[in-house]
Design a protein around this ligand. Structure first.
Ligand SMILES: Nc1ncnc2c1ncn2[C@@H]1O[C@H](COP(=O)(O)OP(=O)(O)O)[C@@H](O)[C@H]1O
Ligand SMILES: [Mg+2]
Length: 223
């Protein structure tokens, strides 16, 4: 479903990602892990058409993303949930959610999806009329994920959802991400560590100083 082949990413002269290759098959939940500053967000943004890449190519559903902008990719079901959540602080919870359904793809089933998001995250339903700025860190992350779901993704790319969350909330939030997979979504999940995700990911890639490698069970037991 997603195939990254030897992609390079630069910020000006700064070479961040070096010949990255990775593959996510339909229905898989794949983790991309690595320490802070090693290029995880950069690679995820390149995959979602938000930063340009050089060399190689990135294919989504068999087609190069080169000729597509982010809106087109979202319209094709490739949906990105940013590390910094990117919400509209002065809009309500429900208005933020509905913005996720602004393209035809999400709009078609927006009310069913909204119900589904509220079932998954009852806190959002309770707070649907509150301004996004008044939410706690955990609720803000629920809203970012809920808004992603409102776009009706086929592949949802989620950047460090546990970042900044109170430790007691992380397991719950990661469980809802596991439920995305159980419902048939394909998930590319970026995290700093395997903490709490190792048991349910199908495949793990490790990003070290811009270099991607497959992280297999043998490696896990070695470390
Ligand atoms: N917009 C940018 N312009 C220049 N350098 C950047 C930019 N964004 C990130 N970087 C740098 O690229 C490297 C990788 O960053 P990032 O992809 O955010 O890593 P991670 O998500 O793994 O923490 C870091 O050295 C960071 O400082
Ligand atoms: Mg990051």
């Amino acid at each position: 479903m997603l195939n990254v082949q030897e992609a390079d990413v630069f910020y000006g002269d700064f070479h961040v990602i070096h010949r990255a290759s990775l593959e996510v098959n339909q229905g898989e939940l794949v983790a991309l892990i690595g320490a802070n500053g090693h290029g995880k967000s950069t690679l995820l943004k390149a995959i979602c058409g938000l930063v340009p890449f050089q060399h190689g190519d990135i294919y989504y559903k068999g087609e190069s993303i080169k000729a597509k902008d982010t809106t087109k990719l979202v319209g094709d079901g490739l949906v990105y949930v940013a590390e910094d959540r990117r919400l509209f602080p002065d809009m309500t919870v429900q208005e933020n959610l509905m913005l996720g359904a602004y393209l035809e793809r999400g709009r078609r089933r927006q009310f069913e999806t909204l119900e589904h998001v509220y079932t998954l995250y009852p806190r959002l339903q309770e707070r649907r009329s509150q301004l996004a700025r008044t939410l706690s860190g955990g609720e803000t992350q629920m809203l970012a994920l809920g808004r992603g779901l409102m776009s009706a993704p086929e592949l949802i790319a989620i950047d460090e959802p546990s970042l900044g969350l109170a430790p007691n909330l992380v397991a719950n939030m990661l469980n809802t991400i596991k439920s995305f997979k159980d419902e048939g979504l394909t998930v590319l999940l970026v995290e700093q560590s395997l903490f709490l995700i190792e048991s349910f990911v199908d495949k793990i890639y490790l990003l070290e100083e811009g270099v991607v490698s497959l992280y297999d069970d043998a490696d896990v037991t070695k470390k």
